[in-house]
Write a protein that binds this ligand. Structure first.
Ligand code: HEM
Length: 266
């Protein structure tokens, strides 16, 4: 069936009714939900440094598949990073559809949001801003990890954070990702009516509280982890040990031998 559609530059054009926008919306929701949950796991794994260097070393080895390959294989991490990168790009490309195309559109949206005085509409601006920032910040990080997956570990990661100046990028990325991820999950719940129950209004209020609690939790965890990597990186720079790999303690070597993961040192 054909339809009259407001086209580019305001010209009216003939077009077909299509289910494509709904399908794209679904893919955007799915990739967003997946990335947000991936980030929770990611932040918990990165935070392993808060337990001990040995623990972060062991986590790194397990993620390199040390229970399958002797000594672990960082290619496995590169492979996962490549898949995440593709999902990240698809999600960002679909998100672009929602950004205003010119200043006039932006003004209209801003005036509209202001006149409604509706908090959830204001959240849209935070999503657009943090999403835009992540285009650049997230791409740099994922590419660096993808191409240097053999340099992850208590010493190597700390050197990257401090001596290779990743910490300013991580501060901005951490802020962007923690707001974007939890707001995104909240919006998914509202959009698709998950947990609506008897009283959707009350649910929305409760969801907002959970959203804030999660943002604060992951920001505190993230900044504490970042501080730990920066501290180790600074010590390495002071002691002239930048570039040296971590030597696990005897206890960890024993654990790794039983799990087939001796070999490369992280
Ligand atoms: C498979 C993909 C990924 C891997 C293997 C990975 C790995 C890592 C590692 C090892 C660190 C510790 C610092 C370092 O070694 O440089 C780190 C930090 C970080 N990553 Fe990722 N990352 C991945 C994807 C992402 C994505 C998609 C994002 C968000 C767009 C992200 C955001 C961050 C942030 C914000 C930090 C700093 C966190 C902190 O220090 O508290 N990462 N990542």
């Amino acid at each position: 069936m054909s339809d009259l559609i407001e086209g580019y530059l305001g010209k009216t054009v003939e077009g077909k009714k299509s289910r494509l926008p709904a399908k794209l919306d679904f893919i955007q929701s799915f990739t967003g939900g997946f990335l947000a949950l991936f980030m929770w796991a990611h932040m918990l794994l990165v935070a392993s440094i808060l337990v001990s260097k040995d623990f972060m070393y062991t986590v790194t080895k397990l993620l390199e598949g040390s229970f399958i390959f002797e000594g672990g294989n960082p290619l496995l991490v590169s492979l996962v990073a490549a898949v995440i990168f593709v999902i990240f790009i698809v999600h960002a490309a679909l998100g672009m559809r929602k950004l205003p195309g010119n200043f006039k559109q932006f003004q209209v949206m801003k005036a509209h949001a202001k006149s409604m005085g509706h908090d959830d509409t204001k959240l849209w601006f935070t999503q657009a801003f943090t999403g835009f920032a992540m285009f650049f910040l997230g791409s740099v990080h994922i590419y660096v990890i993808l191409t240097h997956s053999d340099k992850i570990g208590p010493m190597a990661s700390s050197d990257r954070v401090w001596s290779e100046y990743m910490w300013p990028l991580y501060i901005l990325l951490l802020l962007a990702v923690e707001f974007h991820g939890t707001i995104g999950l909240y919006r998914l719940c509202v959009k698709w009516g998950w947990f609506d129950g008897e009283n959707p209004k009350a649910t929305r209020k409760a969801l907002k509280k959970v959203k804030w609690a999660l943002t604060v939790f992951f920001l505190v965890l993230g900044f504490a982890s970042l501080a730990a990597y920066m501290k180790i990186g600074m010590e390495n720079a002071k002691n002239g040990t930048v570039g040296e790999r971590y030597q696990p303690t005897a206890k960890v070597i024993e654990f790794n031998i039983t799990n087939k993961s001796v070999g490369r040192i992280a």
